[in-house]
Design a protein around this ligand. Structure first.
Ligand SMILES: [Ca+2]
Length: 363
């Protein structure tokens, strides 16, 4: 149980790209390191299906074909080549999993999330460059990363300017031990790792969407549009998503009505009646992240129901296996990440939670 950003705080020179994402160009690592990537997933054998076979709160997404990948010049290299993908129909949660929904899961199972557990140095070490010294015991405590915005402009390559490792921060205490989620029952749950999301999915008889399903659903039946609502810039016209309005990370005007997290369903849904497919919180997908994955599935006839690569490789952090996250968060804007674009890919280690990371399920 470790946290990738916490890991990155342990050694200097990390080029971590966290879920707040960074559009600045990064140095590309050595792809030959990918074979060293160890993948571990927590065991959820003790989580049982709650028996609810209904599709309440979900919408039917009809199967079909689409072109997956970047639509404009904001697209990063890992969004290319744009390639043909066909997916079968599925059901998707109409909104991100809320605190109230997650509470039911915790009440039923007694599950302890990643952020509520002390990191294990032996597991942590395996995902760090060889020779990384063990941190002080005072740092190896149950904690999570909380967005703590500075009041002045900062170097956008230095994420430690706005992320803080806060002991006692978890889904029930999103800003730290003195905070709580009273009155936020209808907000998306945050500080959930991919492992936590998988445990919830198992309990609810659902699963995480594949990256292809997620992008297909986000596009809402439209063809090659930049955003789930079309091509109008996020900062123009009627507010369409909870994003960052103003210079990131020091000033947010709240033009869209929210300076931090918003309750679910505050903006118009997309063409499939899905809410918040852009902004508010990043959403975990099932797939491992590889920067070169699209190259491997780019075929003239297209690829059907792609499940992602067999292993993970992020040139920015070659030692850390990562899962895909999609959709952007309230911290995204055009100067920094444009995470609300339908094609934008993000990645984070499966044992990481953040104050702007959540999920929704499919089945
Ligand atoms: Ca906002």
């Amino acid at each position: 149980m470790v946290n990738s950003i916490f890991k990155s705080f342990l050694f200097a020179g990390s080029l971590l790209v966290v879920a707040s994402c960074n559009q600045n160009k990064k140095a590309q690592g050595d792809a030959s390191d990918s074979s060293k990537t160890a993948i571990t997933v927590n065991n959820h054998d003790d989580i049982k299906f709650n028996g609810d076979t209904s599709t309440t709160g979900m919408v039917a997404i009809p199967g079909g074909a689409f072109m997956m990948g970047g639509d404009n010049d904001q697209a990063d290299k890992d969004e290319y080549p744009k390639h043909k993908v066909t997916v079968d129909g599925f059901y998707m949660d109409e909104h991100e999993v809320t605190n109230a929904q997650f509470q039911k899961f915790i009440d039923a199972t007694g599950y302890l999330t990643t952020a509520e557990q002390k990191p294990d140095w032996e597991q942590l070490k395996a995902q760090l460059p060889p020779g990384t010294p063990k941190p002080d015991e005072s740092q190896l405590v149950a904690a999570s990363l909380v967005f703590t915005p500075p009041n002045h402009p900062v170097d956008l390559n230095n994420y430690s300017q706005w992320w803080s490792w806060v002991p006692g921060a978890d889904w029930k205490h999103p800003e730290g031990p003195k905070s709580n989620i009273k009155g936020k029952e209808n907000y998306p749950v945050v500080h959930v790792s991919w492992d936590d999301a998988m445990a919830y999915c198992k309990w609810s008889g659902k699963r995480l969407p594949t990256e292809a399903e997620w992008e297909y659903a986000a596009r809402g039946g439209m063809k090659d549009k930049i955003y789930p609502w079309g091509d109008e810039n996020v900062a123009l016209g009627k507010p369409k998503a909870n994003s960052w309005d103003g210079p990131f990370p020091n000033a947010n005007s709240g033009r869209d009505g929210f300076k931090d997290l918003a309750p679910v369903k505050q903006f118009a849904p997309n063409g499939y009646k899905l809410y918040d497919m852009a902004g508010n919180v990043w959403e975990w997908c099932a797939d491992w992240y590889r920067n070169d994955y699209y190259e491997t599935v780019n075929k003239p006839e297209g690829v059907k129901n792609p499940q992602g690569p067999a292993d993970s490789y992020d040139p920015d952090e070659p030692y850390t296996p990562k899962k895909v996250a999609r959709g952007g968060s309230y911290m995204c804007n055009d100067s920094y990440c444009s995470g609300y674009r339908a094609a934008r890919r993000m990645k984070s280690s499966n044992d990481s939670g953040l104050s702007n990371m959540g999920f929704r399920c499919v089945k």
